[in-house]
Design a protein around this ligand. Sequence first.
Ligand code: AMP
Length: 472
Amino acid sequence: MFDKFHDECGVFAIYGHPEASKLANLGLYALQHRGQESAGIASLHNDTIICRKAMGHVADVFTNPILAELKGESAIGHTRYSTAGDTVELNAQPFNVMCNKGAIAVAHNGNITNAINLRNELEQDGSIFQATSDTEVILHLVARSREKTMAGALRDALLQLEGAFSLVFLAEKHVIVARDPHGFRPLAFGQLELSGGKVAYVFASETCAFDLINAVYISDVEPGEMVIVGPEGITRQRYAPIAEKAHCVFEHVYFARPDSLVFGKSIAHSRERMGRLLAQQCPADADIVVPVPDSGVAAALGFSAESGIPYRQALIRNHYVGRTFIEPSQTIRDFGVKLKLNPVRHLLEGKRVVLVDDSLVRGTTSRKIVRMVRSAGAKEVHLRISCPPTISPCFYGVDTPTKGELIAANNTLEGIRRFTEADSVAYLPLSALSEAVEDTKQEYCYACYTGNYPTHLINIEELVNNKAMIGV
Ligand code: AMP
């Protein structure tokens, strides 16, 4: 069954470019921060889908000979992170099958919350599954649809899904993309001018993928929208009834790159505002503002600008180490902090420090960093977090641990301060986070900070406390 329910991923799609797979490779390269465990590209050549995927980073998986095999003018790509137990190549995407509607490949960012129920029903009816990922369910639903066309069958399938999904499909003549009706995960739409007045259409989790290939951002794929690109041109259609929007605020807090537009808004801008509001609402009497690189940099700049306390890069990051949180084993993760960060004693000695990070999850990383800063001579360490306390797991595609492991779910602020060994700890209030992302129409999901999940979840108590399997 499904080993897990929180794939952090990046997706990319391109239609109508003679070097489609090379551009998909570049697009994935720019989306590498969304997942570092496996990478894959499927391309369409003479109505046949060619798929190459493997464990590893994009740059290692897609060598020139592999890219040369991925011929064709359309392609989709995927980069993925998953937790231990599920790190198998079998689950690397795109998934690629031949079914009664023809050849189809799919790549998915998000989490389908009713996948277990759907899979149980499908298995009872004789479907055979190869992987443990929720995405495979979609292909079975497509194959079983009575609709004749691929687009019709996809619509049929999508209407049975619950939860978070930004999906890119490659079919025999088309690239089709779709976003769940709540719009949990991002999906941007852009264009690339070709010689002779032609255009290629591109789709990506974040606009930083467009910048690298000189594509222009046009709009987001709307929540509940399906976009079909083929020889007949491009069609945008709503496949699902209008639902309340629930954009993942954690994309703005941590996940997306600062140079991206996500949900149509600049990440750098919203993070700086988080830092400014943090300085206003949780001030600290200190000599220097120090970010935890890289995740705390934009907020620390905002904190410094607002408070007038000088910004100092007093923690130096080794960029050749992967994100520690993303390492699958706890032993490596523990060692990782030291491997990744080194304090600058010269800047810290005798100073009262405001240490800014984007989030506190288990608290273990922060404790090590606080210790590190203090042992490099800091007189005081005031921890400032540019989001509210994380008290509930995410079921929509972000990797958060069980409630039992979330420090803020089980401790008072004073308990957190003691655990992290900081002189003071303060979090950005929820109202300030909403202000920072300019959520004037209540279009964001804050479930990890409130425990209020915007969709119906089966066995919610069990899920939240035990992080039991999702079908969810
Ligand atoms: P900790 O409090 O020790 O669990 O780790 C907090 C650190 O992990 C912060 O620096 C965050 O930037 C980072 N972090 C938070 N959530 C995630 C996530 N879903 N994936 C990767 N890193 C994360």
